[in-house]
Design a protein around this ligand. Structure first.
Ligand code: ASP
Ligand code: MG
Length: 404
């Protein structure tokens, strides 16, 4: 007998038919004699709808109340799924995050899991119940409900799998696994049999929607193998794990992120310590900076450009406007109409020319590169948002030729 953790995303439980479909997947595993813990997200677009409702009532709502509201989405789906499982004639119990032992930090809206105390889950499994747990939520030390940030149910599932030493952790979604590009946009994208934690982490961080990046981080830390697969088809998915068999693939995927804005500070005095001051001011306001580019000084000044997420643009501009008066910097400009397109692959560590190939693809598609950033296993470019889909296809075709 094994302990299996299964997570189902919002689209997998979007309506009654899908809830029953999921209930059948769960009870099949249970009927084989396994212990099954299920983590589920809010149905369909519920979370977005709830956010809209909150903004209708009070756009300046407190984060605490927002978490009380958003956690309700998962409360609906666990109870409905449990009812479907009851209807199929299996013993089941649904648990909210706090009942399942999720203790988190106190940052409402983006809380981190501190620990999971799985006593209740264990008790229910001992009674041979299927346990359905609300993803994306926990309680903090004030006994208040918290949520884990968008897409947080993946992390809830991996947390349970690691604390309970599950034999299998399956993440069910609406695509058949991890692809070399978004299969909804690039029709000849290939499904990967396996991908390493590091590559998956980069892809998830760089915009691939299939797994939440924190969940991958946690899976790597606790060495939990994940299987990403579709709840709609019965095909094998993609395994995310530490060591991956040597495939002849240099890159494992192309990802796109539209949630980017570029800011440039033009004409900063060219002397030591300025970058430090600018970026520490931003860090103090909890503003994460991504790609950074500094131009070579001319006439004792230089330009510093960097990117932030769109949600942080307003905050960043207000920090910089205050500071630039002190700095005597000439001007601050920004552009929200940009996108980041990246390639990821462990193979690029040992192969020259990958960057050149990527840039060639962009050149052939006549796409201009605004900024470039690289690490050992990724290359990102910042381009016009309008070019993003074209860029993904062009780059994908270069590394995975269509006739291959
Ligand atoms: N329901 C939450 C969201 O939509 C959490 C999740 O789906 O994992 O972000
Ligand atoms: Mg969701």
């Amino acid at each position: 007998m094994s302990l299996i953790v299964q997570k189902f995303g919002g689209s997998s439980v979007a309506n009654a038919e899908r809830v029953f479909n999921v209930a059948r997947i769960i009870t099949e595993k249970y009927a084989e004699g396994n212990d099954v813990v299920v983590v589920v997200s809010a149905q369909g677009d519920t979370t977005d709808d709830l956010i809209e409702k909150a903004n209708e009532i009070n756009p300046d709502h407190s984060k605490r109340e927002m978490d009380v509201l958003l956690s309700a989405g998962e409360q609906i789906s666990i109870s409905l799924l449990a009812m479907a499982i009851e209807k199929l004639g299996f013993p089941v119990v649904s648990l909210l995050g706090w009942q399942a032992g999720f203790r988190t930090g106190s940052a409402y809206g983006n809380a981190r899991i501190k620990r999971v105390i799985p006593d209740r889950i264990r008790k229910e499994l001992d009674k041979r119940n299927i346990v359905v747990v609300a993803g994306f939520q926990g309680i903090n030390r004030y006994d208040d409900v918290t949520t884990l940030g968008r897409g947080g149910s993946d992390t809830s599932a991996v947390a349970i799998a690691s604390v309970m030493h599950a034999d299998l952790c399956q993440i069910y979604t609406d695509v058949e696994g991890v692809y070399t590009a978004d299969p909804r946009k690039v029709p000849n994208a290939k499904k990967l049999e396996e991908i390493s934690y590091d590559e998956m982490l980069e892809l998830a961080t760089l915009g691939a929607q299939v797994l939440n990046n924190r969940s991958v981080e946690m899976a790597k830390k606790y060495n939990i193998e994940l299987e990403v697969l579709s709840s709609m088809t019965k095909k094998p998915g993609t395994i995310v794990k530490e060591a991956v068999k040597m495939e002849k693939m240099l890159i494992s995927g192309v990802a796109k992120d539209n949630d980017v804005a570029r800011i440039s500070i033009i004409g900063v005095p060219d002397r030591p310590g300025l970058a430090f001051k600018v970026f520490s001011k931003l860090a103090a306001k909890d503003i994460n900076v991504d790609i950074i580019l500094q131009s070579i000084g001319r006439k004792d000044t230089k330009d510093i450009s960097f990117t932030v997420t769109k949600g942080k643009l307003k905050d960043a501009l207000s920090v910089l406007n205050d500071y630039c008066k002190i700095l005597n910097a000439a001007n601050i400009v920004y552009d929200e109409n940009v996108a980041k397109v990246s390639i990821v692959g462990a193979g690029m560590e040992s192969h020259a020319g990958i960057a050149a190939e990527m840039f060639e693809a962009l050149y052939e598609a006549q796409i201009n590169i605004q900024m470039i950033a690289t690490s050992e296993i990724k290359i990102s470019v910042l381009i016009d948002a309008g070019d993003a889909d074209k860029a993904v296809t062009a780059i994908h075709n270069k590394f995975f030729p269509v006739d291959q």
